[in-house]
Design a protein around this ligand. Structure first.
Ligand SMILES: [Zn+2]
Length: 407
């Protein structure tokens, strides 16, 4: 629990900050500075750039009172949506391995190529430290996982052979989710190009998930505020977020909401705070009406300070592992006509846009209630890497539309 012990003081800057303010109809997001000492000169560089226009903030940075992001590079010259990405989100896997490792850089590639984002919007996360990971994972598991001492049986359960590369990949991915959550708290909305490893438990990995990035981010940010934050995890991956549900079962400040296909992995489900188990083959309209029936109510009753959104695309009808029938045809069609979705009129496409409408609804509803939201891409399985990467990029495109509507 080392990360949780380091609780900085909060210095709200209401009224005098013109940096990164994020306004919604109901609420103004006020950026904050906390009292954790900045110890590394290199970390200061980005902050100085960020805050140089505000005399009070500059003073705080100079006096070492500014809290740093978990970031190697923060490019805040741009006021656009923060996209969290690291080239080390990937690692080598054995030939013909089922996990589509190549999708992570392709997501960023398509976002840049289609001019959905610019390079200035890319924030580069730090590797998650062992201390940070230990707020969720057991010492025994971290000892084994970090040094390659997990048994063959334990490795089989994860679906990955152990390698130094996979350890590094998972740690950067977790750092990315923490940074996305931090950026969301300051900007209102931020998206990683990886994350959503919700099957990882404190003491073991499972189902392509070795470290539970959502749980680490939620635990860290819950404590990283004197008044303690309440965090809602919205998990719309087709598989139940069993690891996350288990980790927060007894934690009142973190609410786990999972909408998944009942017959998909894991066979033995855990108990989330709210589980919606869906039948095989459910299509766009029924799926969307399910999400619409619960999310606004949850936001109003639980009143979270932050939402972590797992936007898994494996509910898609083409997914190799999922059993639902959501579509993205409109999204792909828009592409083939060279139309940028953030600006096109969705109603002009008389076809289904299940995943896009889902992501747009989740982010719009959350932001309109004044709650910051960070997104991770979650699961998605296809041998066609580009098609899959485009599908994963739907959440970033929808987020760009939400951000654009608020500026
Ligand atoms: Zn999944």
């Amino acid at each position: 629990m080392a990360a949780a012990k380091n609780k900085p003081n909060l210095h709200p800057l209401s009224g005098d900050s013109n940096v990164c303010a994020f306004i919604t109809p109901e609420r103004v997001f006020i950026p904050y500075i906390t009292g954790k000492l900045v110890q590394h000169q290199t970390e200061m560089t980005g902050l100085k750039r960020v805050f140089c226009k505000n005399p009070r903030l500059t003073e705080l940075v100079r006096n070492g009172l500014c809290r740093c992001f978990h970031a190697e590079h923060v490019r805040l010259e741009s006021s656009g949506l923060p996209i969290i990405h690291h080239s080390k989100y990937v690692c080598e896997l054995p030939a013909n391995h089922r996990f589509p490792m190549g999708k992570f850089p392709r997501v960023l590639h398509f976002l840049l190529k289609d001019q959905v984002i610019t390079e200035k919007q890319v924030w580069v996360p730090e590797i998650a430290s062992r201390d940070l990971l230990s707020c969720v994972h057991t010492e025994d598991y971290l000892n084994k996982f970090l040094s390659g001492k997990t048994s063959e049986q334990e490795q089989r359960r994860t679906g990955f052979p152990w390698s130094e590369g996979i350890v590094s990949r998972c740690r950067y991915e977790t750092g990315g989710t923490v940074l996305a959550a931090e950026a969301a708290l300051q900007r209102g909305l931020a998206c990683s190009t990886a994350g959503g490893t919700h099957h990882a438990f404190p003491g073991y990995g499972s189902g392509f998930c070795l470290l539970n990035d959502l749980a680490v981010a939620a635990k860290y940010l819950k404590e990283d505020c004197p008044t303690k934050r309440k965090i809602l995890i919205v998990d719309l991956d087709v598989h139940q977020g069993d690891g996350t549900a288990f980790i927060f079962k007894e934690e009142p400040a973190v609410f786990t909401f999972s909408v998944h296909c009942g017959k998909n992995f894991p066979l033995r489900k855990q108990e989330s705070d709210l589980d919606i188990s869906l039948e095989d083959g459910l299509e766009d309209e029924e799926y969307l009406s399910t999400v619409e029936a619960y999310l606004p109510w949850l936001l109003q009753t639980f009143r979270p300070d932050l939402v972590l959104y797992d936007a898994g695309v494996d509910p898609h009808w083409e997914d190799e592992l999922g059993r639902l029938h959501l579509t993205d045809q409109g999204h792909l069609l828009a592409f083939s006509y060279g139309i940028s979705l953030p600006t096109c009129d969705l109603k002009s496409f008389n076809i289904s846009l299940g995943l896009y409408r889902r992501d747009l609804f989740v982010m719009k509803t959350t932001v309109n209630q004044g709650v910051p939201i960070a997104t991770v891409i979650g699961g998605g399985y296809s041998r066609d890497m580009d098609r899959l990467a485009l599908r994963h990029s739907i959440v970033h495109r929808a987020a760009t539309q939400v951000t654009g509507a608020l500026q």
